[in-house]
Design a binder for this molecule. Sequence first.
Ligand SMILES: NC(=O)c1ccc[n+]([C@@H]2O[C@H](COP(=O)([O-])OP(=O)(O)OC[C@H]3O[C@@H](n4cnc5c(N)ncnc54)[C@H](OP(=O)(O)O)[C@@H]3O)[C@@H](O)[C@H]2O)c1
Length: 248
Amino acid sequence: MKIGILGTGHIGKTLVMRLSAAGHEVKVANSRGPETIEPELLSTGARAVTTEEALTGVEAVILSIPLNRIRGIAPLVARLPAETVVIDTSNYYPLRDDKIEAIEAGQVESLWVAEQLGRPIAKAWNAIGSASLARKDKPAGAPDRIAIPVAADREHDRQVAMALVNDTGLDAFDAGSLADSWRQQPGAPVYCTDLTYGEIRAALDAAERDRLPKRRDLGVAVMQERLGDGTTNPDEDWGVRLVRAINM
Ligand SMILES: NC(=O)c1ccc[n+]([C@@H]2O[C@H](COP(=O)([O-])OP(=O)(O)OC[C@H]3O[C@@H](n4cnc5c(N)ncnc54)[C@H](OP(=O)(O)O)[C@@H]3O)[C@@H](O)[C@H]2O)c1
């Protein structure tokens, strides 16, 4: 597929390398311009471009930018044809994103994103930590392959997002509609706990909506105490142990 990716951070950089290695034609942009993109990201065939170019002539777009930057790219996204699949990886962290009143009041994060963009989206890769995404990929059929939930309202969006998730070394689990995707938000049992396909349904069903924000913030507090700077991500072992202890 022809894919445009916005974001070359913890999550975006792995998506760029995996999807281009899987044979997709990937264009990638960050906010600072193509010349600032590390050559390593392009080593499997992706091309560094401007944000405008990344969203031109592609069949799928992956947004892997902080939630509070979504509004800023809405005018660019609005130019996409209706059938383009837009997949968003974002999560709401009030400490990073500042308070977003609608989400604080209970709006599902993916519905807030879809509303800002004025179009349907799929939600994927939000529920895996960056270290697990980078280091725990497995070939299809491996019994301990990590699975992640994918939510969407349009069938084509769902199918494309699930196929691309599989291409990044993970099993895709159909988690239903965007309205139900609060079950995969930070603080939920399925969030960054590295479950297998057979474990995901029960974890989604076990989510308790009112407890998610508190559990999310407990995780952030512990990570800040241990990692300090607010930008370092936990490694794939300690991070998963921590989140399992809080969220499950
Ligand atoms: N870190 C995780 O473990 C994790 C796990 C799952 C989901 N997520 C979610 O995925 C999203 C990305 O997370 P991350 O940790 O990868 O973030 P990150 O490391 O902070 O990287 C953010 C990236 O977004 C780019 N960006 C910001 N505004 C942009 C714009 N207007 N146009 C193009 N690129 C733009 C930044 O480019 P510049 O550097 O040039 O500004 C940077 O490359 C977040 O919503 C996060 O909640 C993160």
